[in-house]
Design a protein around this ligand. Structure first.
Ligand code: PYC
Length: 336
């Protein structure tokens, strides 16, 4: 199937994990051929970008929707292969999407309560599904690449942050020095009560950090683009340890605490000696939803485990009418 032969019907199941939507494509996806999931990701990126846009972008989706294309796994121990993507391109991995996929496959009766493995573009991950709405997953090895990296923001001075891998590249910034007091509000004022101006301040600040990283040539290992920015403040609810605001590659913010972002945070805590195996870290999102994180060490390698809940919101058939001028979605203007 080439881009020009994208079908006219695509079956999807929508869910949300801690408020962040996932759209799982269960039928009508292009055939990505054989090879590793990393190979399939490249084929998907280079040859089927219109399919990506048709599924997640307006008018069928929005900048916030993360897509998950289910395909044959390359690793035979896995029940499914999955490629995650958003409004501007493919992601490497997605934590809230992994939880959403688990609940979606459970909803379809394709998996039951128990342990299963998914093959992703960055390696296999193991999930534990409770048979209803709750999923824990063991992510890929996560680690801090660099600590206290200074970056100069025009008009805001220098901020420092850590660069860490949690399945995507993150720049993690404690916001004490930033004019985003909205992230330091007390319990009663989670994002449900924020004005759009306050979310825009967070978005603008995070976006400026991302642009400054790009301008300064600061990357993850092997030149990996740091395309997720994670700002931290104290929790809104004292039961939790911290609240975050995560800006994704297409300038949409994660409504959930971000599974890969929480993995990156666990890596930094571990390397700072602030988290050890057996501890539970409760990461709150900007809208007050929570992921529980913990770690295990396997031959010197840190493996994060993230737990959250997802809920099915729709079963749908997307219709790609050949006469529709926006059949393949309205492309996002944000750079990737
Ligand atoms: O949960 O890892 C995540 C994620 C990445 C982008 C949006 N959500």
């Amino acid at each position: 199937m080439s881009e020009s032969t994208i079908g006219s019907r695509v079956r999807v199941i929508d869910s949300h994990t801690g408020g962040e939507p996932t759209r799982v494509v269960i039928d009508g996806a292009p055939d990505l051929g054989s090879g590793s999931m990393a190979d399939k990701r490249i084929r998907f990126r280079d040859s089927f970008d219109s399919f990506r846009s048709a599924v997640v972008n307006e008018p069928r989706g929005s900048d916030v929707v993360v897509g998950a294309l289910v395909c044959e796994p390359a690793d035979p121990s896995c029940v499914a292969g999955v490629l995650f993507f958003n409004n501007v391109g493919p992601l490497w991995m997605c934590g809230h999407g992994t939880i959403g996929l688990g609940v979606t496959l459970g909803h379809l009766g394709r998996i039951g309560k128990g342990t299963h493995r998914f093959d992703t573009a960055v390696g296999s991950v193991t999930i534990e599904y409770d048979g209803a709405n709750r999923v824990s997953f063991e992510n890929v090895h996560s680690y801090r690449f660099a600590k206290d990296v200074p970056v100069n923001l025009e008009g805001l001075g220098t901020v420092t942050g850590d660069i860490a891998w949690g399945g995507n590249w993150f720049f993690l910034v404690n916001t004490e020095a930033l004019p985003v007091e909205v992230l330091r509000r007390p319990e009663s004022q989670t994002a449900k009560h924020f004005g759009s101006g306050e979310i825009e301040t967070l978005t603008d600040t995070a976006w400026r950090i991302r642009q400054a990283l790009e301008r300064s040539g600061i990357t993850g290992a092997d030149g990996g683009e740091i395309d997720h920015i994670e700002l931290f403040g104290p929790p809104g609810d004292p039961k939790n340890h911290s609240r975050n605001f995560v800006l994704c590659p297409g300038r949409a913010y994660d409504r959930s605490p971000c599974g890969t972002g929480t993995s990156a945070k666990l890596a930094c805590l571990f390397e700072d000696g602030k988290l050890k195996p057996g501890d539970v870290w409760r990461q709150e999102s900007i809208i007050g939803s929570v992921f529980e994180g913990s770690i295990r060490i396997d031959s010197d390698i840190m493996i994060p485990r993230i737990t959250g809940s997802a809920y099915i919101t729709a079963e749908a058939t997307l219709i790609l009418d050949p006469s529709d001028p926006f059949r393949l979605g309205i492309r996002s203007q944000q750079s990737h």
